[in-house]
Design a protein around this ligand. Structure first.
Ligand SMILES: Nc1ncnc2c1ncn2[C@@H]1O[C@H](COP(=O)(O)OP(=O)(O)O)[C@@H](O)[C@H]1O
Ligand SMILES: [Mg+2]
Length: 559
């Protein structure tokens, strides 16, 4: 049953990891569990079955294309200010922004350099650094970006960082950052002279460009600071030796990565709800290009939705190999029942029968279902949203809450060398950046705040609920049933004793109606699948059951 769907774009390092973990190549459409393939147009995601996982989210081009990335991040800059969102060099999208560019160009004078990029290309193709208006290419569309002309230099050369960011779920949002990465050097020493702007080996740091330079020096040793490619960890040691606080840079990188992913969140979450049967079906590895300026401030240059996993040097094999292994473990592939797969092989009607079966197994009582819905609406509609209020979300958990928390903790336990950056103990401060506040983001952020320093306590609590079957809603314990609070609730303009004001309850019922409408407008597959998300996985009451966490062993990658 461990079947993998190969695609023409599946990197060798992924093929090797899955092959050595006993996956067999699938020749059919319905029996595979995983695929590392092309990005698809959003409606294409409909064909992914409940037990299958593809390495993309619909709509991830909202940060994966350079023009969309700029539009989305600059929108955040307008809403929340430059202090929070000034980490992407100012850009203009042509033809639309031509007048704005002209003005900025005149304001800066002729000493300013600009970098011109095709909006959806890669590997340095079509990129030029210019400083005269007449050097602007005539072809459109085009992204024109302020050139960071004072990069931090090492040995006189410019470099950028390839940071690996893995998102396992958008609602609740879970983001991981790989602790290692690659540092890619330009193969010609940097000069700020206008005369050298044409020299791509000086201004671009892409490996695919610089490998063509006869001066390019490979590096086989991941601990060594030599040649034109280093391990990220080697860079941190190098900087630490120079007295630089590399931890502080890493913290800044985490902050800008989280904010960039949040900028894509409204699109992706909505498309997942529309086109994907279960949140389980999507995950994505992003490659962030980050550059440090002379003050060691990190800037995001672009986000890649298919970061290169080519590994033609021992350094690449070591870093990307460990990273891919950890990604595949984090992905938590789950074995479905063979019957379910067989019944989902044909038309939509048989898919519906699978869903019905799943639903039957997991259907909570009507009372519980209402409690879950009311609780969600309650936390999303209160005007007073301080820490004290949000912390009460953990007082009584619904089965739905417990399932999401189990999935979150279980995944965290499989993180390998990835660091989880959202949710984290500081995530509450990011909630205001979401276009729409989401209940599960509040829940997991509060959970993390409470248990990050004593995770065992939290996990033990979840485990005890699992043993009692509380997570699947079958065991109903009235003392644990969430009801609207009877305590004082202070609102901005009025305060209420013993429950809620009319205004308040009106708002909640309105939210409930809206939710119902939203859910009934979704395809039946999506709705059932969402409700039954982690049930099979944890039904046996153990946190690890059903996943294959040990399958992708490191030793299988090291030759
Ligand atoms: N704003 C900028 N300032 C300075 N250098 C840049 C800037 N943008 C890109 N570069 C350089 O050009 C390279 C390629 O740009 P990037 O946006 O990553 O496009 P591509 O998709 O072709 O890799 C980067 O790796 C970096 O070395
Ligand atoms: Mg790049």
């Amino acid at each position: 049953m461990l079947r993998w769907k190969m695609s023409t774009v599946t990197p060798n390092i992924v093929k090797q990891a899955v092959g050595r973990s006993h996956f067999k190549v699938s020749r059919r459409n319905n029996d595979w569990l995983g695929c590392w393939g092309h990005h698809m147009k959003s409606p294409g995601f409909r064909i992914i079955r409940e037990h299958q996982k593809l390495n993309h989210f619909p709509g991830s081009f909202q940060i994966g294309r350079k023009d969309r990335l700029w539009r989305n991040v600059s929108k955040m800059q307008v809403r929340f200010g430059k202090k929070e969102f000034n980490f992407l060099p100012q850009s203009f999208i042509l033809p639309q922004d031509i007048k704005l560019l002209r003005k900025a160009w005149e304001d800066c004078g002729s000493h300013q350099k600009w970098i011109v990029k095709p909006p959806a290309s890669a590997r340095g193709i079509g990129i030029q650094v210019i400083h005269k208006w007449n050097q602007l290419p005539k072809r459109r569309p085009l992204l024109v970006q302020r050139y960071l002309h004072k990069p931090y230099l090492i040995g006189g050369s410019k470099f950028d960082l390839r940071i690996y960011v893995y998102v396992t779920c958008y609602d609740p949002l879970r983001i991981y950052l790989f602790k290692d990465g690659l540092v890619r050097f330009a193969s010609c020493k940097y000069s700020s002279s206008m005369k050298s702007l044409n020299n791509k080996y000086m201004h671009l740091t892409n490996y695919s460009i610089n490998k063509k330079n006869v001066e390019y020096k490979a590096n086989t040793d991941e601990t060594a600071c030599q040649g034109h490619k280093w391990a990220l960890k080697a860079l941190w040691s190098y900087l630490n030796q120079k007295g630089v606080d590399s931890e502080a840079i890493w913290e800044k990188i985490k902050d800008i990565v989280v904010k960039t992913i949040i900028a894509s969140e409204p699109y992706i979450t909505n498309l997942v709800k529309l086109y994907v049967r279960r949140p389980y079906c999507c995950h994505e590895l992003f490659g962030f290009d980050v550059m440090l300026d002379e003050n060691l401030k990190p800037w995001i240059l672009e986000v890649n939705i298919s970061p290169s996993l080519h590994s033609n040097s021992p350094l690449d094999v070591s870093i990307k190999g460990q990273m891919v292994r950890d990604v595949l473990n984090l992905a938590g592939f789950t074995l479905p029942n063979a019957d379910d797969v067989a019944s989902s092989s044909g038309s939509n009607s048989s898919t519906a029968s699978l869903n019905t079966a799943l639903k039957e197994k997991s259907r909570p009582s009507l009372e519980l279902f209402t409690a879950e819905k009311t609780k969600k609406a309650y936390y999303l509609t209160q005007k007073v949203s301080d820490h004290e209020f949000y912390s009460t979300i953990l007082d009584i958990l619904t089965p739905d809450d417990v399932r999401v928390l189990i999935e979150t903790e279980d995944e965290f336990a499989r993180r390998g060398q990835f660091e989880r950056i959202f949710p984290s103990r500081v995530s509450m401060r990011y909630l205001r950046f979401f276009e729409q506040l989401r209940y599960f983001n509040i829940l997991v952020a509060q959970w993390e705040l409470k248990y990050f320093s004593n995770r065992t306590k939290g996990v033990d609590l979840l485990r005890s609920w699992c043993y009692r079957g509380y997570h699947n809603g079958i065991v109903t314990d009235t003392t644990m049933m969430w009801t609207l609070p009877r305590t004082q609730v202070y609102l901005k303009n009025d305060f209420v004793l013993n429950g809620m004001s009319k205004v308040e309850s009106g708002r909640i019922s309105k939210a409930l109606v809206q939710r119902d409408e939203e859910e009934s407008s979704r395809s039946p597959e999506t709705t059932t699948a969402t409700q039954s998300l982690p049930l099979i996985k944890y039904a046996a009451g153990t946190l690890k059951k059903g996943t294959v966490p040990q399958a992708f062993s490191n030793s299988s990658l090291v030759k």
